[in-house]
Design a protein around this ligand. Structure first.
Ligand SMILES: [Zn+2]
Length: 220
């Protein structure tokens, strides 16, 4: 059947563009090529259809994804890694000027980019806007489908620089723990900007009484 074509065979045409396919399509394409080759190049109509379809997908224009350098992600990953010892799906909700509440969590093993940090608006599942993901190399890859708020990258950069410090500072200004969003009522929690349970889950210091001015005056 293939020898009717004068150009490259459908198998060769697909093989040339395999690396431009998504991992899933690439795996499918590889097994398709292997089975056609086992049949000495004889492809069924269905196989011919998929050889052409996958080749077409590989050459389709990719949606535009704006990339912004966020910075070294090591601190953020260390914080999430620590929390994952205790929590199945740790989440931080941050508040950025001009953006509002932003939810960060680590993409699971079945996600498109496992181990990247999902960045979305806050709210319940299904009602959130997915802004994009921070890749392990510290690049923010914006969703091609939504407009990314301009100040989002600045907020993410600040968080990457000092994740625990930003979460703590925002807990102080909002009066709510940025890890569980519960109001900070205990004076020790209010002093550090996050609650006791979250401190234990995320490996952060907690429990010091707020320092008092008279003591400072005495030691000065
Ligand atoms: Zn909390």
């Amino acid at each position: 059947m293939n020898d009717l074509f004068s150009g490259p065979s459908p198998v060769d045409a697909l093989r040339a563009v395999l690396d431009q396919l998504s991992p899933k399509d690439r795996a499918f394409g590889e097994s398709l090529i292997a089975s056609v080759e086992r049949a000495r190049g004889r492809a069924s109509d269905k196989q011919l259809y998929w050889l052409a379809e996958l080749a077409k997908r590989a050459s389709a224009p990719k949606p535009e994804r704006t990339r912004t350098e966020i910075g070294d992600l090591a601190g953020v990953m260390a914080l999430f890694d620590k929390a994952r010892e205790k929590l199945k799906r740790p989440v931080v909700t941050l508040r950025f000027d001009g953006v509002g509440d932003v939810r960060l969590d680590v993409a699971g093993t079945t996600a498109r980019v496992p181990g990247s940090i999902n960045v979305s608006s806050a709210g319940r599942w299904g009602e959130r806007t997915w802004y994009g993901r921070i890749l392990q190399d510290g690049t923010f890859e914006a969703s091609p489908r939504v407009h990314t708020p301009e100040q989002l990258a600045d907020g993410l950069k600040a968080f990457a620089c000092d994740p625990a410090g930003v979460a703590s500072a925002q807990g102080l200004t909002t009066g709510r723990c940025r890890f569980c969003e519960i109001e900070l009522t205990d004076e020790r929690s209010a002093a550090v900007g996050y609650g006791k349970t979250c401190a234990a889950n995320w490996g952060l210091p907690w429990g010091a009484r707020p320092s008092r001015q008279p003591e400072l005056a005495l030691t000065a």
